[in-house]
Structures are given as structure tokens and as C-alpha cells.
Design a protein around this ligand. Structure first.
Ligand SMILES: [Zn+2]
Length: 426
């Protein structure tokens, strides 16, 4: 039997990206310029402390920190500092700075006055739970922001920066999970704390009957809009707030979190973790398809690649602008490279439109095999249209190619016209 604790609640994608980047990061950290930046970042963090008021010995705060440790099954020394700041803010660092691994038991958390002014104690627990999770999960070891902003000539490591960015998004999700657990899975408290911090809305405004729910719902609609948009959101180091709210709402109902603190068999744990991680994956994939690339995703990417290439071939050739667009939309992969090479070779003897038609036929079969939903099909069509619009004009031959794929899934020519207008392409 195993006790379900914090470690079991770490988002598995985070670990995958972590193990991918950490060997390289260990090397880079030794480099002069990076080591200097780490030093600088630490100094800046510790400089804040001199302008801050230490509050962890206040009886009410000490009690809160004790509850936090108990709830997370930890024995951390948490130094809590209050810093006056125009925007609501919380940040943390291991006592030993950025070099500490998860083993360090002492953490410094700095919060702005909003933490005490605007948050109820259960909301405070959710914020603190998130912050100490960075230490529990060993996040301090990878200086993410520094890696993103440092010019590193990394032969053979072309994906380090993008992997780091993906890891950073995933790690925030892991921390949110502990934030939820810290406040006893009080999803409302978790969400109101997040909304207060991100919108700056005061408790007086947020306590209006029903407003919190309305804001949540509106943020979920925003999430759907982003999902339906043909362009993926720009990756930034924190997941979009609406996504975090949505995950909180879903995850409090997950069986794994329900079993937090109790003992389960090894077998049960495996299946609970699988379900839990799939729940997160499903939501993350809708917004950041690049982050979740499982088998299913690979098949979808193949379909996406083939039909985008088919659109590019509608006028008989593939231009380099079109190649750049396709790589941006579908991403680069061994499959894509092989496909492109084959296509270029075939173009010597075969007409582009003919190859395009073949690509569409095989994509239709694959999409059917994958049982893609209507919204997934629409998403693919939007990708095709973006490629078609790359050379500024939407040619009829390109639209015909889009339609040849669309019609197999019950999408009409009129639907495509509507899509084109919605996307502002005409
Ligand atoms: Zn965080």
C-alpha cells in the first residue's frame, strides 16, 4: 500500500520535460554568464527582503503555516515576508537560493499586502500551497527565466528553450494542484484567491452574490474561444488564468485528489494517476497542443501536416513561405521532414495537384480512423486556411483543396465561407 501524498500529485508532463532539460541545464548553470545571472537574480530576490516585513511569527500567520505544513504532510520552515507592491504578488525561493534541490527544508515566501488585505485564510492557504510546492517539487533547481533569456549556443539542443517554457507551464499546474490541496480542495476559495490576485478585484466587489461564478463561467467561455481560434496562444511562463480556473474546477472532483492522504494499492495508484493526468492533459491540449504530444496527438499532427501540405500544393508547388507557415502551424517532426522530402522528389515527375489530392485522401482515412470530432476537424480546416492565406490571396484552387477534405466530414462550402470570414481572411 502507498499513501497518496504531494509527490503523487505532480503533473506527469512536468516530469517528462524536466528529465529532458535537466542534464543540459546542469551543464549550462556552470557557464560563466548563466552563473552570473543566477547570482544576480538571487541578490535581487534577497534585496527585496530588506524592504519587507517578516510576518511568520504573528500568531495568526504561524497558525496558518502550521496548517499548511500539516495539510501537505511537510515540515518546512516557511519565512513569510510582506512587501508593499502596487500589483498583487507572491514569489518564493529556497533559503539556499536557486541551487537548492527539493531536499532543502527552508523556503522564503514574499507576498504583497494584498495577501493580508484581501484574502481569507483559506484563500491564503491556496496561495501559500502553490508557492511552497515550487520547493517541494524541486523547481528551484532549474532557473527557467534565465535559460529563456540567455543567448546560449547549444549545439544539439535546439529545443532547450521551448522545452523549458513548456516545463514552466506544466510546473505551475503541479503547484496549483498543491494549492488546491492546501486549502482542503475548496475550489471556490482557490478560484477567488486567483481572481483577486489576477484581476485586482477587491473582496467587496467579489462578494456580490453570484459574481464569482459569473466570472468563472466567462473565463471558461474565453477558454473555448481560444480553443476554437486557429492560432495557438503565445506561450508564456504561466498558464492562462482561465485554464488554471478550469483545471481547479475539474481536479477537485478527481479520484486521486479524493484519495489524498489515504493509502491505496500500487495498482490502484497507477490507475488513479493515469486518470488524473489524462484529465489535465485534455485541458492543456486544448490550449497548448504543443505541450501534450502523445500518440493520439502525433496522428493528429500527421493529418494536419498532410492537409496543410496539400493546400500548399494546390497551385502545383510549395513555396518557402508556405513551408515556414506549415512548420509554425503543425510544428516540425521527423514525419514532416520525411513527407516534405518525398513530396519534393515526387514533384519532379508528378503534378502538385495530384500529390495534394493523394495527401488529402490518406488524411481523410487517418482522420476517420482517429474518429476526430467536428470541432477537431474545424480546427484542422482553420490550419489549412491559414496556409492558403500565406501568399495573401486565397485562390479558388486552394479553397477547393480545403473543401475536398471538409466535405468528407459533412462540412459544407458555405461553412468554409463562414470560417474564412470569421478568421478575417477575406
Ligand atoms: Zn508559481
Amino acid at each position: 500500500m502507498v499513501k497518496v501524498g504531494c509527490t503523487e500529485l505532480q503533473y506527469q508532463r512536468e516530469r517528462e520535460y524536466y528529465s529532458r532539460i535537466v542534464p543540459v541545464v546542469q551543464q549550462i548553470k556552470k557557464r560563466h554568464n548563466v552563473a552570473n545571472k543566477i547570482q544576480q537574480q538571487e541578490t535581487e530576490f534577497f534585496k527585496h527582503l530588506s524592504n519587507s516585513l517578516r510576518v511568520d511569527s504573528l500568531p495568526q500567520i504561524a497558525g496558518l503555516l502550521k496548517r499548511l505544513n500539516e495539510r501537505l504532510g511537510q515540515n518546512l520552515t516557511i519565512d513569510l515576508f510582506l512587501l508593499q507592491c502596487p500589483v498583487a504578488f507572491a514569489a518564493s525561493m529556497g533559503r539556499d537560493g536557486l541551487v537548492s534541490k527539493g531536499e532543502s527544508r527552508e523556503i522564503i515566501v514574499i507576498v504583497s499586502q494584498h495577501f493580508l488585505n484581501n484574502l481569507k485564510d483559506v484563500e491564503q492557504l491556496s496561495v501559500l500551497g502553490h508557492e511552497v510546492a515550487h520547493l517541494i517539487f524541486g523547481h528551484m533547481e532549474v532557473p527557467g527565466k534565465i535559460i529563456l533569456t540567455t543567448e546560449t549556443s547549444l549545439a544539439g539542443q535546439p529545443t532547450l528553450k521551448s522545452d523549458t517554457l513548456k516545463w514552466m507551464i506544466c510546473r505551475e499546474i503541479s503547484c496549483d494542484v498543491l494549492g488546491l490541496v492546501a486549502c482542503d480542495c475548496d475550489e471556490e476559495a482557490f478560484s477567488s484567491a486567483m481572481l483577486k490576485f489576477f484581476t485586482g478585484l477587491s473582496p467587496q466587489v467579489l462578494c456580490v452574490e453570484g459574481l464569482l461564478t459569473q466570472l468563472q463561467e466567462s473565463s471558461f467561455r474565453q477558454l473555448d474561444d481560444i480553443h476554437e481560434s486557429p492560432f495557438d496562444p503565445v506561450l508564456s511562463s504561466h498558464p492562462l488564468t482561465p485554464l488554471r480556473l478550469k483545471l481547479a474546477k475539474l481536479l477537485v472532483q478527481s479520484a486521486l485528489i479524493g484519495k489524498y492522504g489515504s493509502a491505496v494499492s500500487q495498482e490502484e495508484l497507477l490507475s488513479l494517476k493515469k486518470e488524473f493526468n489524462q484529465m489535465i492533459d485534455t485541458q492543456v491540449r486544448r490550449i497548448y497542443p504543443d505541450i501534450v504530444s502523445g500518440e493520439g496527438q502525433a496522428a493528429e499532427d500527421e493529418v494536419g501536416y498532410d492537409i496543410c501540405l496539400a493546400v500548399a500544393l494546390a497551385d502545383g508547388k510549395v513555396t518557402s513561405d508556405e513551408m515556414v507557415a506549415i512548420a509554425k502551424i503543425v510544428g516540425d517532426s521527423p514525419y514532416a521532414r520525411t513527407r516534405l522530402r518525398q513530396t519534393r522528389e515526387r514533384l519532379i515527375r508528378t503534378r502538385g495537384t495530384e500529390i495534394g489530392a493523394e495527401l488529402v485522401r490518406s488524411a481523410v482515412q487517418k482522420a476517420r480512423g482517429r474518429r476526430l470530432s467536428k470541432s477537431e476537424i474545424v480546427r484542422l480546416l482553420k490550419k489549412m486556411l491559414v496556409v492558403a492565406a500565406t501568399d495573401r490571396t486565397l485562390e479558388n484552387s486552394e479553397l477547393d483543396m480545403v473543401y475536398s477534405f471538409a466535405k468528407e466530414f459533412g462540412v459544407t462550402q458555405q461553412d468554409i465561407v463562414i470560417l474564412v470570414h470569421q478568421m478575417g481572411l477575406r
